[in-house]
Design a protein around this ligand. Structure first.
Ligand SMILES: Nc1nc2c(ncn2[C@@H]2O[C@H](COP(=O)(O)OP(=O)(O)O)[C@@H](O)[C@H]2O)c(=O)[nH]1
Ligand SMILES: [Mg+2]
Length: 343
């Protein structure tokens, strides 16, 4: 059952009659045709008005939404990881609409969909770097800086990206910028070997910016297409991290000509951490302008609501989803397939 149907199913009906009626019809059960099936049957596109037309055609099955339902709706939305602000904003909108006209339970899904997708549309309408896919530079190396706190899956995501780009015929260089943990370097070297990509390493404790400098020199000389930069995840020391990141940026800007490269700063977030991820994203975004997000551990018992919070609050696109521990377990994010899965 989809994410939103589950939420909507939790809203009780105020009168016993209505509850029985709903159970009889089991409007939202999996055995009933999905929205897409209904739309396909009517040869309709999934536009709000046409969806509305389908619903209007079966008025007898509709259940009126009562004011009291909204409290539960709000609680369930918050629990689904949409976050307090977003959940309250949506419920407020519904409350306003209910003042002037009757609303029905089956309208909620479309209204929520429209409300949430508005942020995706805003992002898609922004400049080149903020679109949902990663567009590599054609006139020089694409440097992808991977940021995030420890354990979210930075190194694994680098391996996955290296594998993906390698398969696309690109020349890939990994910069082992997390020089603080010896284990991190070993882990990255193993991934480089497994993916058949090259790696730049420096002695334990070296500056990340020095590793990046070396990587850029090699990338320029040997025409690498992609440089993946691993970084240390020490957010607890904000000042150090800030300095380190700004040094890395300086090194890149000093050593490559403007317009001859692409720099993408990607934040890795663990999807199982829910709203915690949002505060991490906010903190990192303050330190350095983020371009996009990789959401890892999407294979676990993750909740998808956080993607919407990120989109609404930070206006950042999620570009990849990590769906397992292997190097093949990376999906390019698409609004279309995500929407299909969750609405
Ligand atoms: N299930 C699952 N595990 C992941 C995923 N990405 C990373 N991991 C695991 O999370 C742990 C931490 O990953 P790592 O890349 O070392 O994190 P880092 O500290 O940010 O570099 C490792 O055990 C990874 O195998 C994912 O998408 N799904
Ligand atoms: Mg790591």
């Amino acid at each position: 059952m989809s994410f939103f149907k589950k939420i909507l199913n939790k809203i009780p009906f105020l009168s016993k009659e209505k509850k029985e009626e709903a159970e009889d019809k089991a409007d939202f059960s999996e055995s009933k045709p999905s929205l897409e099936e209904i739309l396909a049957e009517h040869e309709l596109k999934s536009e709000p008005q046409t969806q509305q037309a389908v619903l209007d055609a079966k008025p007898a099955e509709r259940i009126k939404l009562e004011k009291q339902d909204l409290t539960i709706l709000e609680e369930e939305l918050i629990r689904s990881d949409l976050g307090v602000t977003l959940s309250m904003d949506f419920v407020e909108q519904i409350r306003d609409e209910m003042k002037s006209s009757e609303l029905f339970r089956d309208e909620l899904q479309f209204k929520l969909q429209k409300f949430l997708l508005a942020a995706f549309e805003d992002i898609a309408a922004q400049g080149q770097t903020n679109k949902f896919s990663l567009n590599l530079s054609e006139s020089g190396p694409s440097i992808i800086m991977i940021l995030g706190v420890n354990g979210v899956g930075k190194t694994t995501s680098i391996a996955k990206l290296a594998y993906k780009f390698k398969n696309e015929g690109k020349k890939v260089l990994i910069a082992a910028g997390d020089t603080f943990r010896a284990a991190a370097e070993d882990q990255l070297r193993t991934w480089a070997e497994r993916t058949g990509t090259d790696i730049i390493e420096m002695p334990h404790g070296s500056k990340s910016s020095a590793v990046v400098y070396k990587a850029i020199e090699k990338a320029k000389l040997e025409n690498y297409d992609v440089v993946l930069v691993d970084t240390a995840g020490r957010l607890h020391n904000k000042k150090n991290l800030m300095e380190e990141l700004s040094k890395i940026k300086q090194v890149i800007e000093k050593n490559l000509e403007e317009g001859q490269y692409l720099l993408e700063t990607m934040l890795v977030l663990d999807s199982s951490m829910g709203q915690n991820s949002l505060s991490q994203a906010e903190a990192f975004n303050e330190i350095c302008d983020l371009d996009s997000i990789i959401l890892t551990k999407f294979d676990g018992s993750s909740k998808a609501g956080v993607i919407f919070s990120i989109a609404h609050k930070l206006k950042l696109p999620v570009k990849f989803l990590g769906t397992g521990e292997k190097m093949e377990d990376l999906e390019s994010f698409s609004v279309e397939s995500f929407t299909k899965k969750y609405f």
